[in-house]
Design a binder for this molecule. Structure first.
Ligand code: BDR
Ligand code: CA
Length: 311
């Protein structure tokens, strides 16, 4: 199985991504979960990651807490989307499993230096602070990363936290810019993809039918999570952003996109965190990301239900 580190700020859709990964042990070996401040502050994302693992009966997966705030800005959170806990929906228990003492950045650096070069994939589901700090601390890890698959950005679709910016990039644009400049083979799942992954009733029905503890918790999370988008965008179901990252590793044929240049705006107050994607290749700038634009959403939900049923 492919070795991955999941860097995350759970988040209901982050939880779905973690479940999709843990339900796929023949394909993915989760070396650890690193948490970052994002949807809610770090203490809550670190708590939520452990709650999700316990829902899955996997307290053996280690959780490492990382950055408490973005590199150069105050933290912006999204309780208006995710609720006060960050994981509103199911009844949440106090996690029993411990948080590791090691800092997430040290775990990322040590793991990449220990494992053979080109074997570890980074899956980022939140602001890119931990990855940028790891690259700053140990630049030699960059060439050792097999691939970095991120949920973040948006181009033709626009933004979801400002008209120009997607949340994960907006929270820490300096980190995103540093990661995109690092020369790591990078895949980007922007809002252009994730806004097609709507939790329509017929798509969620197979998840509801599973009836296990993790599946039921996930359905309760999605019920809460979609409320925001259904009200805001008037769609039948909300977008499930983060599990697209894991789905890409399991079934890349569900997606289509192209290699192009992506730069992040860090200076303008109006467009901070905007991902400027050169989709039409009108610049000669280096292709630094494989940017996805389309997804077979029904195929994605079938995969999610199949793997969550294995938990
Ligand atoms: C991203 O922001 C968070 O609210 C979600 O978990 C996802 O990672 C979507 O913009
Ligand atoms: Ca997230």
């Amino acid at each position: 199985p492919r070795k991955i580190i999941i860097d995350t700020d759970p988040g209901q859709d982050d939880a779905a991504a973690i479940m999709l990964a843990l339900g796929s042990p023949q394909d993915l070996d989760v070396l650890g979960i690193t948490t970052v401040a994002g949807n809610v502050p770090l203490s809550l994302t670190s708590r939520n990651a452990r709650i999700v693992l316990e829902f899955c009966g996997r307290p053996d997966v280690k959780v490492f807490a990382g950055a408490e705030r973005p590199i150069a800005r105050p933290l912006i959170t999204a309780e208006h989307v995710h609720g006060q806990t960050g994981l509103d929906g199911p009844e949440l228990h106090e996690p029993e499993m411990p948080l590791q003492d090691k800092h997430a950045v040290d775990f990322i650096v040590e793991t990449l230096l220990r494992e053979p070069a080109g074997t570890v994939t980074l899956c980022t589901l939140g602001p890119l602070t931990n990855i940028a700090l790891a690259l700053e601390k140990a630049p030699e890890i960059g060439p050792r990363v097999r691939e970095l698959v991120m949920m973040g950005g948006g181009f033709f679709e626009g933004g979801n936290i400002t008209p120009a910016a997607e949340f994960n990039i907006y929270v820490d644009p300096e980190a995103a810019a540093a990661v995109l400049a690092a020369g790591i083979p990078t895949v980007m799942m922007p809002l252009d993809v994730t806004h097609k992954v709507l939790t329509l009733k017929r798509r969620v029905a197979p998840l509801k039918a599973i009836g296990s503890r993790p599946a039921t918790a996930l359905v309760e999370m999605l019920d809460f999570f979609e409320r925001f988008d259904v009200e805001k965008y008037g769609s039948d179901g909300g977008p499930l952003h983060d599990p697209t990252v894991i789905a890409y590793l399991l079934k890349p044929e569900l997606f289509s996109g192209r290699d192009c240049n992506v730069e992040v705006e860090t200076r303008s107050p109006l467009t901070a965190g905007m991902t400027v994607v050169d989709w039409w290749r009108v610049t000669g700038r280096r292709h630094n990301a494989r940017v996805m634009r389309d997804i077979d959403a029904d195929g994605f939900f079938a995969l999610l239900a199949e793997r969550v049923a294995r938990l």
